[in-house]
Design a protein. Sequence first.
Length: 126
Amino acid sequence: MNKSFIATANAPAAIGTYSQAVKVGQTTYLSGQIPLIPDTMVLVEGDIEAEVRQAFTNLAAVCEAAGGSLNHLAKVNVFLTDLSHFPVVNQMMEEFFEAPFPARAAIGVAELPKGARVEVDGIMVS
């Protein structure tokens, strides 16, 4: 199997034993992105909109490093510590993506790394 490992300074560095993304053929598997500011590795300050925006910004940077964009994502998973924030996710997806939108799952979780309220991962085909 021919795998390429994707890394970019424009997204937060991995905070564990994983790669930002792994490309196999034309499919890229993107690790989850939380709303860390890449330069400081600190959570973005502000409300849930700021967190969702930063998470999608980080995911977009990894897509670009892999030779694509958010619009190449076939599947997106959104993890939220409070599912009442889901309307904000929809609003941000309308801002960051073009229709037709990728397949998506929204999962409520008890906790996320670094105290984040949102994490987003995806599968990109380019």
